[in-house]
Ligand binder design. Structure first.
Ligand code: NAD
Length: 420
């Protein structure tokens, strides 16, 4: 068994094989480019509130170091494996390169269901994770951020643990932290905002009026909720379907996003939501809509449902929501479904994290308008580059986006050479 065995890693490898074949990358360079530079596994003992000790497993994977430090979030989720974290690190590399950020990809994770921990236990786990990572991460080597199951508070504990070790405040070790300890305004909303910007760009290309469009959003966390609220209140779209781990809901006449947000704040999830009809989570993805936003977990668009999707735009807010087998079907349906691939669609988060890191290093802060304006400028460049390449070479959007990212990484590796 390979240490990276996981469905997400198989997906990332297959996508890389496809782009490598397309770019005719030499076999020697493929291995060097795909495999991560470092993969770290740690054991995290945590004293529970009842006095017992539970042991959790944590990971950090740094994919390539050709541009500068690595960058990536930390996921707390029961399905986390070394292979999944590695896949997420690889996707981060292509994402950062496509956006022109000076980072290699990284990712971290702990195999845990965070909702089963008390606040005190979550703090102990977070601090222990950062403590174990101290020899391997740093503001100039690997910068940590949030992902599924982690939030601003967890980032603040990470930052504090690192800072206590150094003896002075080091805000630039993590991004996505609270504004009160050096976080950037607009980071929490950045990924969802980026999704909304890119959906509007795609609607513009397709000459569709957002005010007459409907959207279905899977996942109602940081990315999904911000995207759904933005699509409703900024773009003027009708949100007909939403879901999270607690259930899926549909209402053809449109769901009130304030009510949905209020429900989740009060109850912790959408479970039992009364303002729309419950549907099966699988069915939600194939209901008719103009924009479908998977913003939860990997591999939800597969060869089994890709042929049944009834959207005009597939906006991949999540990392890796579409399997390579599903891509083959979506490639056939290129004139029906406009795909905004994950490495572009959710890149708003890492772009604003980059601003947060730069601001931390310089101790010079911008306001939210400046942050959002710079975010949109970078997204626009990446979107235009992808569309231009897809059109000129008549290739799918994902292949075009990945080709740009992979070429940039390869060219940096080539320029730096192989040591020794
Ligand atoms: P989150 O923990 O804030 O929210 C995740 C949401 O997905 C929750 O509403 C949860 O209930 C829901 N969910 C979990 N399993 C589900 C399932 N099987 N079906 C439907 N819903 C389910 O996480 P997030 O930060 O919003 O991340 C979501 C996705 O976006 C992940 O793939 C993550 O890697 C990606 N992403 C996040 C960011 C970021 O800035 N947070 C940036 C880039 C990509």
């Amino acid at each position: 068994m390979d240490i990276f065995d996981d469905q997400a890693y198989a997906m990332a490898s297959e996508q890389f094989r496809i782009v490598s074949d397309y770019l005719e990358i030499d076999e020697n360079l493929r291995q060097r480019t795909l495999h991560p530079k470092r993969a770290i596994a740690v054991t995290l003992p945590v004293r529970r509130d009842n006095g017992s000790i539970d042991v959790f497993r944590g990971y950090r994977v740094q994919h390539h170091l050709a541009f500068g430090p690595t960058k990536g979030g930390v996921r707390f989720h029961p399905r986390v494996t070394l292979g999944e974290v590695t896949a997420l690190a690889i996707w981060m590399s292509w994402k950062c390169a496509l956006a022109g950020l000076p980072y290699g990809g990284a990712k971290g994770g702990v195999t845990v269901a965070p909702e089963t921990l008390s606040t005190h236990e979550l703090e102990a786990l977070s601090r222990r994770y950062m403590q174990e990572m101290i020899p391997f991460v740093g503001p100039h080597t690997d910068i940590i951020g949030p992902d599924m199951g982690t939030n601003e508070q967890v980032m603040a504990w990470f930052m504090d643990t690192w800072s206590v070790h150094e003896g002075y405040a080091v805000p630039e070790i993590v991004t996505g932290k609270p504004v009160s300890v050096g976080g950037v305004t607009g980071r929490r909303e950045a990924t969802g905002r980026g999704v909304v910007y890119l959906v509007e760009r795609a609607l513009n290309v397709l000459k569709l009026d957002p005010g007459k469009c409907t959207a279905i959003v899977q996942g109602f966390g940081n990315v999904g909720a911000v995207a759904a609220l933005g699509l409703a209140y900024k773009s003027g779209m009708k949100i007909t379907g939403i879901s999270d781990a607690g259930g899926a809901f549909y209402r053809a006449g449109g769901i009130d996003m304030d009510q949905a947000e209020g429900w989740v704040k009060k109850h912790g999830s959408l479970a039992g939501f009364t303002e729309a009809d419950p549907v099966s989570p699988e069915e939600l993805l194939t209901l008719p809509c103009d924009v479908l936003v998977p913003a939860a977990v990997e591999a939800v668009i597969t060869e089994h449902n890709a042929g049944q999707l009834r959207c005009r735009i597939l906006a991949e807010g999540a990392n890796g929501p579409t399997t390579p087998a599903a891509d083959l079907i979506l490639n056939e349906r290129w004139d029906e479904i406009f795909v905004i691939p994950d490495i572009l669609c959710n890149s708003g988060g890492v772009i604003v994290s980059y601003f947060e890191w730069v601001q931390g290093l310089q101790q010079f802060f911008w306001n939210e308008t400046e942050v959002t304006d710079r975010l949109f400028r970078i997204l626009e460049q990446a979107f235009t580059a992808m569309i231009k390449r897809a059109r000129s070479e008549k290739i799918p959007h994902r292949l075009a986006a990945m080709a740009i990212g992979v070429e940039r990484v390869m060219s940096a590796k080539k320029a730096r050479g192989l040591f020794p």
